[in-house]
Design a protein around this ligand. Structure first.
Ligand code: HEC
Length: 447
């Protein structure tokens, strides 16, 4: 019997493995984005310090650099590998698809990253120890390496949304995978956000300066920097939205009312904050600056990342790996078969090598257990299965449904692929029956 290349299931109750991924990712992005943004800001400050002979700017860069080393590089270096671990557990076939497309891109990115890490240490350490011109060149090199890492990673994560051109599915080539429709808007969107972040962090550092005049000057500068970054972010976000695939546009429409209100509130809060920094720098103090950093992370970054993840549904990578790890279409260029058809023909119990033997054939005794396992495999990547679950909880979606309704929903909506944001899951009648039996039993048990 033909088997499909599934991995053992990583099941995370209540919040789902996707949120674990999201939380790790958000912390990592906060660190990595401040670092790339700061690299650009340093190039600007070092240029100014050199051209206008302003030694006090070096002191500021030194303070900023220490913060970067301790915050961005320590937190970034821990959560970076953390993403690999979580992604491998949460979506082994998603990460495998990325590796099979981009292994050399990632290797190259790593070289840039090493350069970046050595660069930031050298940059901070050599302030006032080497001549300023050489230091200036070092800051330029650091900025280039940082943008280099960003560019390479953006090609990869844009591919997660979609390759952007159909040629990829035939050729499987890395350039077809890398240069999609969303790649450049996504790149500039991130650069805008990073510039904004460099200003937000810059404001925290500026509030610790003792020279009042310099402090106010830098608060103003950081206000303008954040403003420009924020503006680029908003414009590029709109551009990015026009380059999304159809399923993402559909989901975006569903979530739009919510997104618009929160985004508008954020834009107003941030414009006010940056405006005050610009016009009344005396008002900005350290507690406010620190709180605003958390506001960006919790209300700006987390929903942004969650949105990117949500509108990608039903896929996790490239519009061919479904979030539930099943290959949803043929990719001849990568020798990938459409597994939906294989499952439809044989049933998931027979083709998934990780089903224990005692559950391969459904009996009255094991029906509930089989139903639970199948539901976990087919649905838990996108829905929490606990009544108290937080992540798109299945029981909220099926509130009040009896077994027959659940079963026919699966047979007529999921099995036909009629719901564009959910994977096509076509199982034999008895497997759907087991799932519906288990799902219904959970309603009764916990209510
Ligand atoms: C790839 C992710 C994904 C998988 C896997 C998935 N769903 Fe969904 N499901 C969604 C999304 C996205 C929505 C709707 C939007 C929202 O609430 O965010 C949804 C909505 C639903 C709804 C609400 C009705 C509707 O049509 O919108 C039901 C019922 C549902 N899912 C059942 C299931 C069942 C049962 C399974 C497993 C067999 C499953 N889903 C697997 C992503 C998924």
């Amino acid at each position: 019997m033909e088997q499909i290349g599934m991995f053992p299931l990583f099941y995370f109750p209540e919040i789902g493995s996707a949120w674990i991924m999201g939380i790790t990712g958000t912390i990592h992005i906060l660190a990595s984005h401040t670092s790339v943004g700061a690299a650009l800001l340093f190039a600007f400050l070092a240029h100014k310090a050199y051209k206008e002979d302003r030694p006090e700017l070096y002191e500021y860069m030194k303070k900023y650099g220490m913060f970067l080393l301790i915050f961005s590089y320590v937190v970034g270096s821990i959560t970076g590998p953390g993403i690999w671990y979580t992604a491998t557990a949460a979506s082994p076939r998603g990460i495998s698809a990325l590796i099979h497309n981009f292994v050399w891109v990632w290797a190259t990115e790593w070289v840039f990253f090493v350069f970046e890490v050595v660069g930031v240490f050298a940059l901070v350490y050599f302030i006032n120890k080497i001549d300023r011109k050489t230091h200036l060149k070092l800051t330029y090199a650091f900025a280039l390496a940082s943008v280099g890492t960003l560019f390479l990673i953006i090609g990869i994560i844009s591919f997660m949304m979609w390759p952007g051109n159909d040629a990829f599915y035939q050729t499987g080539s890395v350039s077809d995978a890398f240069f999609g429709l969303t790649t450049f808007p996504h790149l500039f969107l991130r650069i805008g956000f990073m510039i904004m972040m460099s200003g937000v962090i810059g404001l925290i550092i500026a509030t610790s300066l003792s020279d009042k005049e310099l402090k106010n000057e830098l608060i103003r500068k950081m206000g303008i920097t954040s403003f420009i970054g924020g503006f680029i972010t908003v414009i590029c976000f709109m551009w990015y939205m026009t380059t999304l695939p159809d399923n993402a546009k559909l989901l975006l429409e569903m979530y739009m009312p919510d997104i618009m209100t929160t985004k508008l509130i954020l834009v107003v809060i941030f414009s006010l904050y940056f405006g005050i920094a610009l016009l009344k720098p005396n008002f900005i103090n350290r507690p406010i600056a620190v709180v605003m950093l958390f506001v960006v992370a919790i209300f700006g970054l987390w929903p942004g990342e969650k949105l990117r993840e949500s509108i990608r549904k039903p896929y996790v990578v490239g519009q061919y790996v479904y979030s539930n790890q099943i290959m949803g279409r043929e990719v001849p260029g990568k020798n990938i078969k459409n597994e939906v058809d294989i499952i439809e023909k044989n049933g998931l119990l027979k083709v998934n090598p990780w089903i224990p033997d005692r559950l391969k054939i459904i009996t009255d005794k094991n029906r509930l257990e089989v139903g639970e396992l199948l539901t976990k495999i087919a649905c838990s990547n996108c829905h929490s299965l606990e009544i108290t679950g937080k992540y798109r909880p299945l029981f909220e979606k099926m509130n009040g449904w009896d077994k027959d309704t659940i079963k026919s929903y699966m047979q007529f909506s999921l099995a036909t692929g009629a719901v564009p944001y959910m994977p096509k899951i076509s199982l034999p009648e008895e497997e759907f029956d087991a799932m519906a039996t288990w799902i219904e039993s959970q309603f009764n048990k916990e209510k």
